[in-house]
Design a protein around this ligand. Structure first.
Ligand code: NDP
Length: 240
């Protein structure tokens, strides 16, 4: 994907202290944007503004936005990336396993996008990117909670598109497959090899490959793309 023009924007990425969120922040910084990340601990990459926020707490999100607006201006691009897993088989899944994953992954995106929409409506411009997963539409054993939360993001992006599309606001979903993060590095070699067999690309992706897709969706060239689900999964989820 070739970025032909870049208008500097104020960008917020939730969960930007590590993993995919950190890589997304690095990509936006490299493209010359003003970048803020939320983190409960640690820091975003050099060149970003790190603000403390817990996506399960609307007040802490509001305080983070107020700080970003003061330091960098109104948020024009929001990337809802913060997420957790609590995998276990359906029969063993507790109410808390279900609620906490949905509250963080889906509720967190709702709270952040709702707060961001204030400024976006005023500016009549906004880019919303929700980080889902191949598992959202493909499903995964032991992931009833996670998969439901990630599928919910698709309905959220499409409803935002229908509600705010005429105001210059787009909302899209990026659905990563297996990404080289601490989580996948910890898998035994045999398990990694087994997973790779099912991926047409035959490998896991780097976090930077996810970041490129996110930045492109937020960029000037993607203004007519909304309500889309963009897989970054090496072909794993084709057709889902
Ligand atoms: P990590 O576990 O490395 O990072 C998760 C991030 O989310 C951390 O920054 C974490 O902050 C933050 N976070 C979790 N809960 C909260 C909360 N309540 N409030 C604020 N921040 C929170 O995950 P990845 O980088 O691997 O994943 C990032 C996103 O991509 C997630 O949504 C994940 O579901 C999705 N994804 C990942 C894939 C993979 O293979 N890794 C595949 C498909 C999708 P803290 O450090 O403070 O806990």
């Amino acid at each position: 994907m070739v970025q032909t023009s870049v208008t500097p924007r104020t960008v917020l990425i939730t969960g930007g202290n590590r993993g995919i969120g950190f890589a997304i922040a690095e990509e936006f910084i490299a493209q010359g944007h003003r970048v803020a990340v939320t983190a409960r601990s640690g820091e975003g990459p050099a060149g970003s503004l790190t603000v403390r926020a817990d996506v399960t707490d609307a007040d802490s999100i509001d305080a983070a936005f107020t700080e970003i607006e003061r330091e960098l201006g109104p948020v024009e691009v929001v990337v809802a990336n913060a997420g957790i897993t609590k995998d276990t088989l359906l029969m063993r899944m507790t109410e808390d396993d279900f609620d906490s994953v949905v509250n963080t992954n889906l509720g967190g995106a709702f709270r952040v996008v709702k707060r961001a929409s204030k400024g976006m409506l005023k500016a009549r411009f906004g880019r919303v990117v929700l980080i889902s997963s191949v598992v959202g539409l493909y499903g995964g054993p032991g992931q009833v909670n996670y998969s439901a939360s990630k599928a919910g993001l698709v309905g959220m992006a499409r409803s935002i598109t229908r509600e705010l599309g005429a105001r210059g606001i787009t909302a899209n979903v990026v659905a990563p497959g297996f990404i080289e993060t601490d989580m996948t590095a910890e898998l035994p070699d045999a398990t990694q090899a087994e997973y790779k067999k099912s991926i047409p690309a035959g490998r896991f992706a780097t976090p930077a490959e996810v970041a490129k897709a996110v930045a492109w969706l937020a960029g000037d060239d993607a203004g007519y793309i909304s309500g889309a689900v963009i897989p970054v999964d090496g072909g794993l989820g084709m057709g889902h």
